[in-house]
Design a protein around this ligand. Structure first.
Ligand code: SF4
Ligand code: SF4
Length: 109
């Protein structure tokens, strides 16, 4: 599997499965990242998503972590993008609720 991966300022990681992206006709992630007011961190290169800056620049905030690419991929793409973002407070909350035997979710009436 060919992967495009880069780190972002929060310490998270963005990964593109380029084999999936090769089959994606919309490349909706790139269009979303090109919207006004975003940094255009990704672009198309040889028909595939690619960083438009160095990985170091992306990690310093060049990718603003707006998640527009993620949303666009989920709605109009093939699900080739995945994010891993550090959420220590959520991890702690889930640890505590699990220890109490509570399963987080919606209450059903
Ligand atoms: S929209 Fe999703 S599947 Fe399509 S090119 Fe972008 S990341 Fe890949
Ligand atoms: S999170 Fe925003 S700035 Fe970063 S690659 Fe996705 S759309 Fe572009």
């Amino acid at each position: 599997m060919t992967i495009l991966q880069f780190e972002v300022f929060s310490g998270g990681t963005v990964s593109f499965d380029l084999e999936t992206c090769a089959r994606c006709e919309t490349k909706a992630c790139v269009a979303a990242c090109s919207a006004p007011n975003l940094n255009c961190a990704i672009t198309l290169q040889d028909g595939l998503p690619a960083l438009r800056m160095t990985p170091e620049a992306a990690a310093k905030g060049g990718c603003v972590e707006c998640l527009a690419c993620e949303l666009a991929c989920a709605t109009d793409g093939l699900g080739g993008i995945s994010w891993s973002l550090p959420m220590p407070e959520l991890d702690e909350y889930l640890r505590e609720t699990k220890a109490q035997g509570i399963v987080p979710g919606f209450e059903r009436s």
